[in-house]
Design a protein around this ligand. Structure first.
Ligand code: PMP
Length: 328
């Protein structure tokens, strides 16, 4: 048992857990990195801390300064926590389509919330462009720029991948996860390849994202759609640039929900991006064969989606089959 010297040191060093259902289904050994156990209950606390400390080291963020970011939610939650701990103001720009829980959480943490309509990336009103403009207009502010600021993936090169390597006793056959910014996939991929070039790094893409076609056929092309929050990328971000992707899978929301349901029966309540990651891990385990050791990311807590993924009416409205226990 250790005592942490300060609250920020609670970020990272998350547990790794063997997942019984996915292991049994694939014949592989599937492990999940419990990122929902970070203080902000998601993988994005890591990127938030590294982005803020990088800006401090570069002298861009001074005492009393402001952090501005466009985010689907979890990065904003991480930035607000880190900002609170370090005395910075946080302004978060978010598409109004994100879950109510994330908005309420950001407000509860003291972040200033700016909601914008969902728009394509090419539209100047897109939340990312809006946040950049706001940062430029705000004195003493930095733009966290999680998509193209590679302090994001560095958090996973020096943090997440080192932890996985140590927790797995240096025996890893494959790693897979979905990409939002791509920081987790590229960072863990680069870090693990430094340890062992033979580790297979796989992208697990949701529908509605363009990366599956890019890595499979060299063309950024999206097909279908997904309601999963925080994942689904249409371009090669700076964080994804040079990511060592060996193979790729595409998983539907229904496949992701299947694994969310299975994890619930193992006592874990997770979000849909986690279900999609686990679906990818099962596919990678089948591909690499019986007994192969596969790691994926359990990105965030399902408690962030009580009004969406865990709401019967919302699921029905989206054409998805509600989890069986939601009917009573
Ligand atoms: N899942 C969720 C719920 C997220 O919020 C994010 C962050 N956008 C991801 C997965 C993907 O992480 P990354 O940005 O590192 O690709």
């Amino acid at each position: 048992m250790t005592v942490h010297p300060n609250t920020l040191s609670l970020i990272g060093n998350t547990p790794l857990v063997r997942l019984a259902g996915p292991s049994e289904a694939s014949g592989a050994e599937i492990y999940g990195k419990c990122e929902f156990m970070n203080p902000g209950a998601s993988v994005k606390d890591r990127a938030a801390l590294f982005i803020v400390e990088d800006a401090e080291e570069k002298g861009q963020l001074q005492p009393g300064g402001t952090i501005v970011e466009g985010t689907a939610g979890n990065t904003g939650i991480g930035l607000a926590l880190v900002g609170n701990a370090k005395g910075y103001r946080t302004i978060i720009v978010m598409p109004e389509t994100q879950s109510r829980e994330k908005m309420d959480t950001l407000r509860a943490l003291g972040a200033e919330l700016v909601l914008v309509p969902a728009a394509p990336y090419s539209n100047p009103g897109h939340f990312v462009h809006t946040s950049r403009r706001l940062a430029e207009e705000t004195p003493g502010a930095i733009w966290a720029n999680q998509f193209d600021n590679i302090a994001n993936r560095k958090a996973h090169i020096v943090g997440t991948s080192e932890e996985i390597w140590a927790q797995m006793d240096g025996r890893v056959d494959g790693f897979t996860c979905a990409a939002g910014t791509g920081g987790t996939l590229a960072g863990v991929g680069l870090g693990l390849k430094q340890k062992d070039e033979a580790i297979t790094i796989a992208l697990t893409d949701p529908y509605g994202a363009a990366l599956y076609n890019f890595y499979a056929h060299g063309e950024l092309k999206a097909e279908g759609s997904s309601v999963a929050e925080g994942i689904g990328q249409g371009r090669i971000t700076a964080n994804l640039d040079g990511a060592p992707i060996d193979t790729q899978f595409r998983m539907s929301d229904a496949e992701g929900m299947h694994w969310v349901e299975k994890l619930m029966s193992e006592g874990l309540c997770v979000g849909l991006s986690t279900g999609i990651n686990v679906a990818g891990a099962v596919a990678l385990g089948r591909q690499l064969g019986p007994g192969s050791r596969i790691v994926t990311i359990l990105c965030d807590t399902g408690l962030r989606y009580l009004s969406t993924l865990y709401n019967r009416e919302w699921l029905l409205a989206k054409g998805l089959t509600p989890f069986p226990w939601l009917s009573h």
